[in-house]
Design a protein around this ligand. Sequence first.
Ligand code: ATP
Ligand code: MG
Length: 241
Amino acid sequence: MNNIKEEFISTLSHEIRTPLTSIKGFSKTMLDNWDSLDDEQKKKFLNIMVCQSQRLINLVENVLNVSKIDSGANDTVLTKVDVINAINSAIAMVKMNYPDIDFEFSIYSKEPVLADFNKFQQVLINLFDNAAKYTKNSKKVQISLKNNKNNAIITVKNFGISIDEKYFNAIFEKFFRIDTYLKSTAQGSGLGLYITKNLLELMGGRIEVKSGDSPKYCEFTIYLPLYEVENATKSALRFHN
Ligand SMILES: Nc1ncnc2c1ncn2[C@@H]1O[C@H](COP(=O)(O)OP(=O)(O)OP(=O)(O)O)[C@@H](O)[C@H]1O
Ligand SMILES: [Mg+2]
């Protein structure tokens, strides 16, 4: 237990220090060289500061979510959520950190879901962040939205890297990160997928992973109950009682 806590604090400190150091560095450089920097350079530095702040915000959201999940608290508020809107807004947030990544969004369904807007947003941000972060020789992330009879189905696919089947369960555990060279180049605390899986389950959804080697890709698929179906079930139950 103590080991886990120590590891948590040490990863977290690192995760906090990196963006903070960068924010401090760039703001100090701007202050010290204000007159010699042109507008273009100032804009570039401010952009980096915005990205790094966004990274800190995501991290704080994740840590808060972990402590809520682990305490068993359930503050889920289910409402009718427009999936296209939620996906577009999550893409916009993640794009700030990965301006070079091209997010392709294919829409085959317009059905709303019954979900907790904030939790759904956090799920999408974690999945899009992973897809943009764990990619090699590819600048593309493919997102698709369709539905079956009961669920909205969202897939997130990235290229150039694969996940060995033996890790398909472990990646959803708290703090687990696959030990590849990417572990040191791509920052992370191993919380994203643990939170994603738990938040989805709180909303009556689930997540699946697929991966292949020729060509290399990873694909995460989430299922969330459609609003109309859930509503119809509720009315039917009311009618019966
Ligand atoms: N889209 C993906 N492509 C390839 N590997 C992935 C992908 N998503 C997750 N992984 C692997 O699963 C591990 C766990 O992912 P998870 O999102 O939980 O943690 P993280 O990204 O390392 O850290 P955090 O999300 O807390 O910043 C990652 O470290 C990575 O090895
Ligand atoms: Mg992650």
